[in-house]
Design a protein. Structure first.
Lengths: 202, 202
């Protein structure tokens, strides 16, 4: 398999973390690519008309995106248990994945506002509104630590861990650990997993 | 079940279309709500820390989001076949859903640029970049009409149909039918399904 890859894409990282959990890392070649909301990467667009990372090419040549589809595919390929079968546990895990991905979507939009949009065109209320979604999500997790508790790892927890990784990468002055100590404790613990210790060349 | 609902949310529409396909519409109460990227809707935030529509409350009180999770849940509840079981057909359907949702994500960001952001802060290249993703997606579908062909309806096709509905709602001058006639023919045909004929109070 091959995956279009950027070391700073949190959605790519999510797929690689899942691959590591499933012992599939050695079967996935990394195709370095950078994408940008305004400048087009033709190579990625040729495979994925949304021009987004991650995009996976399977050994059969099937093109899969986005990260949710890739992660579920990898889990099935490896016979993994990161996606529970249909039932309440699955809906809980998938909704937690939606929360992690939603935190990321919001943080990435705030990052684009900071780093891609020309300074005179920045809208503070937009950036604040996006980061507020991150804040309310962290608060919800901190108020309900049982959502993250338990030793079973699944796709929802991994998505949350990848969102927290991105906050530390791009919003290192957010200081979320002080406000959400239960999330901070969980993250410190789960981060010891080899999949989340993974370093990729920056 | 109850769903937080806005008649102009394409992701809510996707869930309601899926519910209609599964003959579940009568079991879902609509809770009118409007959300905005900057102005907070406290009632929705209390259930979903991302503050987004759709958000579904199941009969057991479980809170599910986003549209992908809700649609898969409804399909399972009804014993439907909109989500194929694991295998190539599932990955194809899910990647097509990602394409439809990605077209929507891009179109919604372009719409926010037009309608939510103060005029002096608009960035033409951002709007153009988002609509370009819509354009390349339409072209990919038009170049590979077999992706939409066949009589079997599944979640991917419904997601594409909902994306096209939103383009007509918010970008009625886009003129996509002239440029992508195979997609236009497919959409005219699939739109005859009762689920896609559904009108909701605007």
């Amino acid at each position: 398999m091959k995956i279009y890859f950027s070391p700073v894409s949190p959605y790519v990282r999510k797929c690689l973390v899942v691959a590591h959990e499933l012992d599939l890392s050695d079967r996935i070649a990394l195709l370095p690519a950078s994408v940008h909301p305004v400048e087009r990467n033709q190579e990625v667009f040729a495979k994925n008309p949304l021009g987004k990372l991650p995009t996976l090419i399977t050994d059969d040549g099937q093109v899969l995106y986005d990260s949710r589809v890739i992660c579920e595919y990898l889990n099935h390929l490896a016979g993994g248990s990161l996606f529970p079968p249909p039932g309440p546990l699955r809906w809980t895990a998938l909704a937690l994945q939606s929360l992690g991905d939603g935190m990321l979507d919001a943080a990435v939009l705030a990052r684009y506002e900071d780093a891609a949009r020309p300074a005179p065109l920045r809208w503070d209320a937009w950036r604040a509104g996006q980061l507020d979604k991150v804040e309310t999500s962290l608060k919800a997790l901190d108020d309900l630590p049982e959502r993250l508790a338990g030793v079973e790892i699944e796709i929802g927890k991994l998505a949350i861990a990848c969102a927290l990784w991105y906050l530390d990468l791009r919003f290192s002055d957010l200081g979320w650990r002080d406000r959400y100590p239960a999330v901070a404790r969980w993250y410190a613990d789960v981060s010891l997993r080899p999949s989340l210790q993974m370093k990729v060349p920056l």
